[in-house]
Design a protein around this ligand. Structure first.
Ligand code: DAK
Length: 261
């Protein structure tokens, strides 16, 4: 599939998606949104890909949000269609059976923070900045900012960030639990690739189960979520990866997981 506004690269079991509109700080217009929907469908269908890295082109921005100029000009039908595409992206990302790591440099604002939060975790450069500035445009977050942000950082901070539109630096984002790890800018991609390779070496059945259990179990009553965990544990036990993982441990060698997720 040929893309014009994103770069798509697959290296072994790791796919990297780079939003490539650096002059507009990688703002998401309808074309970018459509291509993201397509690329996540392509990744879902490609059994060779086990882990995804999502990043932005250039050092200034991950994604500075949805494209304000494009949204300003939209008629109601276009706005509805754009909204559906944006909603589809985060849904696809969370339901993808493969972990997604966000590599954030520079601005991740509005839809940028929301897309980063729909990844499974965030690694960021020292210049990264996050925020939900939609309130300054007379709108509200539309891709999960009012919902995923409180789940990640707690209700009070989510309230402050969504109500003030303030942009926060990476230190605060890390303190709040939005960002897992912070790196000097020139070390970020190496670190993300190392972690991606580490996860790609695990079994598909277990990485899928972990992602689904954490995402879908999180909002369930604990007792129900633990039931789901037990079911998934049972499924993992029937996979060839369990025999390989435990066999490798007993034979004192590295496991080679081949199970299908
Ligand atoms: N849209 C369009 N262009 C943008 C942009 C954006 N979000 N952000 C930056 N740009 C463009 C600028 O217009 C400028 O273009 P030129 O003038 O050079 O042609 C270029 O990128 C460089 O930006 P600046 O010159 O402004 O650079 P600065 O360093 O001075 O400032 C900044 C960087 C990131 C602080 C500033 O650009 C800024 O405040 N940008 C807007 C940030 C923002 O408000 N983001 C939130 C957008 S609203 C929905 C789901 C999601 C959403 C909506 C609906 N549904 C499902 C319903 C999401 C909404 C949003 O994200």
């Amino acid at each position: 599939m040929a893309y014009e506004t994103i770069l798509y690269e697959v290296d072994g079991a790791v796919a990297t998606v780079t939003i490539n509109r650096p002059k507009a700080l990688n703002a998401i217009n309808p074309q970018v949104a459509g291509e993201l929907v397509q690329v996540f469908a392509e990744i879902a269908a490609d059994a060779a890909v086990k882990v995804v890295i999502l990043t932005g082109s250039g050092s200034k921005a991950f994604i500075a949000g949805a494209d304000i100029e494009a949204m300003f000009k939209m008629n109601p039908v276009e706005a509805r269609n754009f909204s559906r595409l944006l909603q589809k992206i985060t849904t696809q990302m969370e339901s993808l059976a493969k972990p997604i790591i966000a590599a954030v440099q520079g601005f991740a604002l509005g839809g940028g923070t929301e897309i980063a939060m729909a990844c499974d975790f965030i690694y960021a450069a020292e210049n990264a900045k996050f925020g939900q500035p939609e309130i300054n445009l007379g709108i509200i977050p539309g891709a999960g900012g009012t919902q995923r942000l409180p789940r990640l950082v707690g209700k009070s901070w989510a309230m402050e960030l969504c109500l003030t539109g303030d942009i926060i630096d990476v230190q605060l984002a890390k303190e709040l639990g939005l960002v897992n790890r912070v790196f000097p800018a020139d070390e970020l991609m190496d670190a993300v690739q190392k972690t991606a390779a580490k996860i790609a070496a695990k079994g598909r059945v277990s990485t899928r189960a972990v992602k689904e259990l954490i995402n879908y179990g999180y909002d369930l009553p604990l007792e129900h979520a633990l039931r789901l965990e037990a079911e998934a544990f049972g499924v993992c036990s029937t996979s060839p990866d369990k025999a390989e993982g435990m066999g490798a441990f007993m034979e004192k060698r590295k496991p080679e997981f081949t199970g299908e997720g």
